[in-house]
Design a protein around this ligand. Structure first.
Ligand code: ADP
Length: 193
């Protein structure tokens, strides 16, 4: 099964993706993690994206699509993939569909975590104090939220029209959200959703 974890920044996509990986032996592809690794290892790609990420803007479609393309082609023996933080634009979603098609596969389920803006701000303020991630500062976070609303949220109707969207209340506790997600996966594999 191939899953997209969808939602605004700080919705809990990465946390839930990691829990699914542990339970269902899926491979997690986080474009945010891949880009941070590229920065740490000082590659040309890393240098290119550094300022963009710190400001909270989106990295170009070309860069993130090529990262995902590489990973999909290298991991064809996997049980399935969880995409976390990708796609974030319609162009990325179309590229992902084309890539999955190329391997006779498809996106089965898009799990959309719904969290209201004031809770997102509270979560990020807390994380900034605890972990100090550069793009969690209030200015960059505003830009990230704006990027989500203007460029990423349009993927909701894209996936909904394909019957792939499943909404989850991301305001609940981590364990409660995880239970809802596992129910959705079970229902999906039984053909109930
Ligand atoms: P979050 O979802 O919490 O905002 P991520 O770790 O997914 O954080 O992403 C951090 C940053 O990496 C984004 O603000 C953006 O600059 C870049 N990024 C990650 N994924 C993508 C993507 N699919 N398209 C464009 N930029 C991306």
């Amino acid at each position: 099964m191939n899953i997209v974890m969808f939602g605004p920044p700080a919705a809990g996509k990465g946390t839930q993706a990691k829990m699914l990986v542990a339970k269902h032996s899926l491979l997690q592809f986080s474009t945010g993690d891949m880009l941070r690794e590229a920065r740490v290892s000082g590659t040309e790609r890393g240098r290119k994206v550094s300022g963009i990420m710190d400001r909270g803007e989106l990295v170009s479609d070309e860069i993130v699509i090529s990262l995902i393309d590489e990973q999909i082609s290298l991991n064809q023996d996997s049980h399935g993939f969880i995409f976390d933080g990708f796609p974030r634009t319609i162009a990325q979603a179309e590229a992902l569909d084309a890539l999955m098609n190329l391997y006779d596969s498809q996106i089965d389920l898009v799990l959309s975590l719904k969290v209201d803006d004031s809770s997102l701000v509270n979560r990020i303020t807390k994380r900034f104090t605890e972990e100090g991630r550069a793009d969690d500062n209030p200015e960059s976070f505003k830009v990230r939220l704006n990027a989500y609303n203007t460029q990423t949220a349009s993927l909701l109707p894209y996936y909904s029209s394909k019957g792939k969207l499943f909404e989850v209340d991301g305001m609940l506790s981590i364990n409660e959200v995880s239970i809802l997600i596992n129910e959705a996966l079970n229902n999906k594999s039984k053909g109930l959703i």
